[in-house]
Design a protein around this ligand. Structure first.
Ligand SMILES: Cc1ncc(COP(=O)(O)O)c(C=O)c1O
Length: 391
């Protein structure tokens, strides 16, 4: 063994590890994890946790039964399930199977896309406030992160995004946008794609796809033609997940969809075994259970209406949502507000770290959870009014 070489290699690796340790690689799910640990420590089981855009109805019964039945097979690698999941989805959506890769959630393909297509010379352009996870990957690739403020109605300002850097490595469009819940209609995305150079990669994050489709139908809007963009070979990577409408956030399964060549770059970083067989079987069962999805999106539409009306009645600003959460402008310090709710065993997400210190994001829960939140919000509002009256 060449000890000099191995020592150099070791020191090289140690230096790389130190450099990596200096980069804050925290995804929203890791931040949420830290916050959830605090919540789990501080508030009792059965508390109202409407802070992480989880599905309050959970997975369908078929997914639960499949997962339980697969536990005894947990000692084996399963090479067939991945292909079955890809084939089922691509056949249902009319995509070629090589346009689909399964991942452990949609965070993975988001990270890999940003790592693959941004660099110190190719920027990452995103909306502000917008979902943060891609920015952490862009920090790793050394890319310039260009945050483009949302338009006045809290939707993406696509024209300003293009103007910010027409030659970006990645344009990230989260549709509907997290945390504002705003939807870009098809015509806006068509225009956006028509106005950027063909070589630029657009990541269309459709984590809240099923909710958005339902809202679009209710409002007679056109939500997304993302799969058509893929069919015609546009440089687009679409992200979908089973974490939201399918209620499998903790199980970890999602897709990256895109031209085989683009997915190929991401696949180099992907671990073949990152999605467990249990997760893939649960995803297949979830795809099959249309009534469950229907009840999830209907509960969400009714409850988001009631929750939004309740918050508006308290005098807060509310952005009409197309997702499973509501963006609410409290016009007061949101961190402090969330701490006070926390004491009542209710967890919501204050948005200070997203550059919106007076705003919270409230995930649509079950009816009784939303009512509990509105009752507590009403008490906080009266307290605040009493305080200002006594000043
Ligand atoms: C917009 C968006 N994209 C991606 C994700 C990642 O979700 P997952 O990795 O669980 O699919 C989230 C999670 O909240 C999200 O809000």
């Amino acid at each position: 063994m060449n000890t000099n070489l191995s020592r150099r290699t070791f020191f090289g690796m140690a230096a790389a590890a130190t450099a990596a340790a200096a980069v804050p690689i925290l995804t929203e799910s890791q931040l949420a994890f830290a916050q959830r640990r605090r919540i789990a420590r501080d508030i009792p089981p059965g508390a109202v946790r409407i802070d992480a855009n989880e599905n309050p109805l959970g997975p369908c019964s078929g997914a639960c039964a499949t997962m339980a039945s697969l536990i005894p097979e947990g000692g084996r690698y399963d090479f067939e399930l991945t292909q079955k999941l890809i084939d089922t989805f691509s056949a249902a959506e009319g995509l070629k199977p090589d346009y689909v890769l399964a991942y452990a959630g949609s965070s993975e393909p988001l990270h890999y896309s940003v790592l693959a297509f941004t660099s110190k010379d190719r920027s990452y352009v995103t909306a502000d406030p917008g979902y943060e996870a891609g920015m952490y990957a862009a920090k790793v690739s050394g890319a310039n992160i260009v945050k483009v403020p949302l338009a006045k109605d809290y939707s993406h300002d696509v024209r300003a995004m293009i103007a910010a850097d027409p030659n970006a490595g990645v344009f990230y469009i989260c549709n509907p946008n997290n945390p504002t819940g705003t939807m870009l209609e098809t015509t806006a995305i068509d225009k956006f794609l028509a106005n950027i150079p063909a070589h630029v990669v657009v990541v269309l994050d459709e984590a809240y796809y099923e909710f958005a489709v339902h809202f679009a139908t209710l409002r007679k809007l056109q939500y997304s033609r993302s799969l058509e963009y893929l069919q015609r070979g546009a440089n687009v990577i679409v992200l979908r997940t089973f974490s939201k409408a399918h209620g499998l956030a903790g199980v970890r399964v999602g897709y990256g969809l895109g031209p085989a060549e683009l997915l190929g770059y991401c696949a180099r970083m992907r671990n073949t075994f990152s999605v467990s067989s249990v997760a893939q079987a649960a995803a297949l069962a979830a795809l099959d259970d249309h009534p469950h999805i229907q009840s999830v999106v209907e509960n969400n539409a009714i409850q988001s209406r009631d929750l939004s009306q309740g918050l508006l009645a308290l005098g807060y600003g509310v952005v009409p949502t197309s997702a499973n959460f509501v963006f609410c402008d409290l016009r007061e310090d949101a961190a402090n507000y969330a701490d006070r709710l926390h004491k009542e065993s209710i967890a919501v997400r204050p948005l200070g770290s997203w550059g919106a210190p007076n705003c919270i994001r409230v995930t649509i829960g079950r009816p009784e959870q939303n009512r509990a939140f509105l009752r507590a919000a009403s008490v906080l509002k009266s307290d605040a009014e009493n305080r200002s009256a006594s000043r």
